[in-house]
Design a protein around this ligand. Sequence first.
Ligand SMILES: *Cc1c(COP(=O)(O)O)cnc(C)c1O
Ligand SMILES: [Zn+2]
Length: 422
Amino acid sequence: MTSNNLLKCLECGTRYDNDFRLSCDNDDSFLRMEYPERINLRQVNGIGKFTDWLPINEVLTTTAGPVTYKSEHLAEELGLTNLYISFSGYWPERDASIKTCSFKELEAHPTMQRLKESGHKAIVLASVGNTARAFAYVSALTGMDVYIVVPEFGLDKLWIPTEVTDSIHLITMNKGNDYTDAINLSQRIADLEGIMPEGGARNVARRDGMATVMLDAAFTINRIPDHYFQAVGSGTGAIAAWEASIRLRNDGRFSDHMPKLQLAQNLPFTPMVNAWNERRREIIPELDMPDAKSSIEKIYADVLSNRTPAYSVTGGLFDCLTESDGIMYAISNSEAKSAQDMFESLEGVDILPPSAVAVASLVKAVEKQNVNRDDVILLNIAGGGEKILKSEFSVSTIKPTASAKDSDIDLDLIMDTGSYRA
Ligand SMILES: *Cc1c(COP(=O)(O)O)cnc(C)c1O
Ligand SMILES: [Zn+2]
């Protein structure tokens, strides 16, 4: 890594070389990259444009990137005059070319590049679907090994828009295990030599990859928006939007006010909404997510089912919500589904369930007058276009290489050793 690419701890201020470092030696805080104050766009398509503010040296060649456009029909329906939509997915009409159909691909490309530039060859992650698809796809493109742990209910989301390669190792967890069980098992696999944990929200390549949503919006609108709407599961995307806004403010060309974070979860599983409504930094499981496993089974947007989000940690979502005086919404399945129908018929593209939750929260915000008619609003449609993609391309289903009964399983039973021991 070049010496001008440094990580800084948000708690104690210690600086570190980038490498693939995920945490501080002194405390539990997030690390954040220090970049040049002003971003100069590279003349490429896709997120490579934003290389100045990504923790990698080589310019990514993927055409995948977020697309920002001004809404006409949804805006009119809601009585808004400055509604902008950030679309991460597949929608050729708008030059949106994320073929795994969610903003998880914005995390996967820079993460795999960061892994490569720091001399590693294999990575492990847990996912309920969209992340797995994104990392599997980038593995197929780059040949770098990924070990993916998924609970059984995520399996139907595991396709990629290309041939499946030997570099993709899929471990499923039997029924009864949820996202957090998958996270626990992936943490044990990460202790094996030669396999790096992908780090979730602690991985600056994931945050800064997702931050390109806000960067692309700022360059399109020519300013930082007044409000940012997104459905949250781990909180990574919203933290990234906040960090991007800080960098844009310091850049100086995009106005100096920060966006209000307006975020949503899907009832009955809303731990961050419950904690935030009491302005509590700690999530108390008995209060904020009683009967977590059965609640998770009931939600429409199952990718929003993280029981250990990046909420309390220094630099996490609680801090971002506090600084932005944010608002959180609890959205029911039926509210999400009707918002989805409305969005699809007005904007003309299919969207994933979590994005339906985001649209429903915007509808609520308008009703509650949490936005004004002429405010500049950014609605993050973080996943969509799957129907369009599947009508144009044939996709390959990823077959499990192993299955685990629980997160305590003997690792020798599920790891094809040799492949990762370089
Ligand atoms: C993962 C995901 C989210 C939630 O993002 P987090 O960063 O986990 O909070 C929202 N929408 C879509 C489409 C997603 O794939
Ligand atoms: Zn520190």
